[in-house]
Design a protein around this ligand. Structure first.
Ligand code: Z5A
Length: 213
């Protein structure tokens, strides 16, 4: 018997928006409602993807071409879809993904200036129509997010970019959310973590399919 397809939820945002902080609590909030959750991340989530992640975040690889960076993100995504996301959804599990294709539009499109049409072609080829049922956009002013990352310490290859890069990333995310209000839920990530979690859990559980326990 084929169980009902699971829900696919992506979490997006700029540097220090609080995605990692949110995801553990959100996973538990969904599981409390009797739903099996697979939590994963991009780039990463598979053996290949984690190696790609190591490459794209390595501060020593300064000269990575913007097209090469974009293709690496989609290579990781293709593997994650094949190995993790599609099988989990088909088994009726819910998938919580730390970033997905919107990040490519925001970082490689908005940030690096890669053409949107080219990213859309890659999305059609790799994702073949699969999109998150819900995308939580943790929106925070660039200065606030970067301040959090600086306080935490350790900066990767992308985090060394100038504020203007991250302003373009933020603007692209917000434009995408405005263009697809049925899929996106924009959360004020300047709030304390507990308030962000509550708003995220409300949005996710409103998808339906989870039973009250
Ligand atoms: N990337 C791309 O370019 N293209 C793509 O297609 C994809 C990705 C899929 C992945 O790294 C990088 O890959 C990313 C985009 C790029 N860019 N970079 N660099 P990542 O997934 O690790 O992304 P990140 O944004 O760099 O992660 P992060 O810096 O760890 O941010 P976060 O997970 O959103 O935040 P956090 O770790 O939960 O919190 C950061 C700090 O803030 C921490 O000390 C928390 O305790 C604190 N925090 C969190 N929430 C709050 C609140 N609400 N109030 C106060 N303090 C808070």
């Amino acid at each position: 018997m084929n169980p009902e397809r699971g829900k696919f939820i992506s979490v997006e945002g700029g540097e220090g928006a609080g995605k990692s902080t949110l995801l553990g609590g959100l996973r538990k909030a969904i599981e409390r409602h009797g739903v099996a959750v697979v939590q994963t991340r991009e780039p990463g989530g598979t053996a290949l993807g984690e190696r790609v992640r190591g490459l794209v975040l390595d501060p020593a690889l300064r000269g990575i071409d913007a097209q090469a960076e974009l293709l690496l993100m989609f290579a990781s995504r293709a593997q994650l879809l094949r190995e993790v996301i599609r099988p989990a959804l088909d088994a009726g599990h819910w998938v919580l993904c730390d970033r997905f294709t919107d990040a490519s539009y925001a970082y490689q499109g908005g940030g690096r200036g890669q053409p949107t049409a080219f990213i859309a072609d890659l999305e059609r080829w790799v994702c073949t129509g699969l999109q998150p049922d819900l995308t939580l956009l943790l929106d925070v002013p660039v200065a606030v997010g970067r301040g959090r990352v600086a306080a935490r310490g350790g900066v990767d290859r992308i985090e060394v970019e100038a504020d203007a890069f991250f302003e373009r990333v933020r603007a692209t995310y917000r434009d995408r959310a405005a263009a697809e209000p049925q899929r996106f839920r924009v959360l004020d990530a300047s709030q304390p973590p507990a308030a962000v979690l509550q708003a995220a859990a409300d949005a996710v559980l409103a998808l339906g399919g989870a039973c009250a326990t």
